[in-house]
Write a protein that binds this ligand. Structure first.
Ligand code: PEP
Ligand code: MN
Length: 359
């Protein structure tokens, strides 16, 4: 009895090996078919042919497996085969690290983003006045921060809220930045405004609400200056990376990605900072990856640990909102740091040893 069981097990093992060999032989043929289909430009999935194969198989089925079971087993084989064909011909994205193993390093004035040093981007949520910009710019200059942010076109939730100073805001930002020798970043919301951006600012920001505004992405792809793309409020990383590809495919590969929190059920923060996005985006793409600690938390009290977490996870930089008098700010009053709070944060970041400054 025992010998017989052993004998049957040996037989089964042999059949398994044969099945394995046959399955892989089949997979090779499937791959060749995939090649031909790719060249002919026909879809890999052919439901009519799959049904015909299943019918042929069940018509020859003498059991003991029932037709439904045979169908189930072969459907799994077909599924795995289709997956194999799709994997073979998956389009390699321009932004993919598989396409370019080395980091993209973006030069903005004398600042390098995505290289061995990290960057700090700071400034008010919105451009409001010359005095406001000058007080922030002078602090940034003294602190050694090279890039100042400030929104001129504000995508606000309510149409009744402050919408930004528009072109006038960009002009003010440029004037003050030039006075203090800083580079600038500001959000652009209309495809027709790319030339305006080239004229007044150094980096185009595409906001979270516009991450999948494809016409805007295409226009930014034709612009001659770098782009900072924010992660959409409810965007997956796959969607985020594809949005960056929209810009890159048009020729502008100077794209930086910024995690700015995603919407979850959590209410103690404005959004949920997805730290895992940092190593994943660094792994999947060759683009610089930054973290906006202000919009991801919507708070002022946990920015240092969040910034440290971002840098420890491999972020190339941090963005933070600073306003000389946050209480009177025309947008995001609750989350903007005042100047002493910014200085304290900056000191904490520098002391952490996680922020490598450019030489
Ligand atoms: C901003 O940075 O000013 C802004 C509006 O951010 P987000 O697009 O991430 O909401
Ligand atoms: Mn803001």
């Amino acid at each position: 009895m025992k010998d017989h069981l052993e004998e049957l097990r040996v037989k089964l093992g042999g059949i398994n090996k044969e099945l394995l060999k046959l399955l892989n032989e089949r997979a090779e043929i499937v791959r060749n078919i995939g090649e031909i289909k790719e060249k002919q430009g026909v879809p890999k999935f052919d439901p009519v042919r799959e049904r015909a194969m299943l019918e042929e198989l069940t018509s020859q089925n003498n059991g003991p497996f029932k037709d439904a079971e045979i169908k189930h087993i072969f459907k799994e084989i077909f599924k795995a085969s289709l997956h194999l064909q799709e994997e073979d011909h998956k389009k390699l994205l321009i932004v993919s690290r598989k396409n370019q193993p080395d980091n993209t390093v973006i030069k903005v004035q004398d600042c390098l983003i995505g290289g061995s040093a990290q960057v700090m981007i700071a400034g008010p949520c919105s451009v409001e006045s010359y005095e406001q910009l000058r007080s922030v710019a002078s602090v940034l200059k003294d602190a050694g921060v090279k890039i100042m942010r400030g929104g001129a076109f504000k995508p606000r939730t309510s149409p009744y809220d402050f919408q930004g100073l528009g072109v006038e805001g960009l002009r003010m930002l440029k004037e003050v930045a030039d006075e203090f020798g800083l580079a600038t970043i500001s959000e652009i919301v209309h495809p027709a405004h790319m030339e305006l951006a080239e004229q007044y600012i150094d980096i185009i920001q595409i906001g979270a609400r516009n991450m999948q505004n494809f016409e805007l992405l295409k226009a930014a792809g034709e612009a001659k200056i770098p782009v900072l793309l924010k992660r959409g409020i409810a965007a997956t990383l796959e969607e985020f990376v594809h949005a960056a590809e929209y810009i890159a495919v048009k020729g502008n590969t100077n794209v930086m990605l910024i995690e700015r929190g995603i919407r979850t059920y959590e209410k103690w923060t404005r959004n949920t900072l997805d730290i895992s996005a940092v190593p994943l985006l660094k792994q999947e793409t060759h683009l610089p990856v930054l973290v906006d600690v202000s919009h991801s938390t919507g708070r002022k009290d946990i920015l240092l640990p969040c910034a440290k977490a971002a840098l420890a996870a491999g972020a190339d930089g941090v963005m933070v909102e600073v306003h000389p008098d946050p209480q009177t700010a025309l947008s995001d009053a609750a989350q903007q740091l005042d100047i002493p709070q910014f200085q304290q944060l900056w000191e904490g970041i520098r002391k952490s040893g996680l922020f490598k400054e450019q030489e």
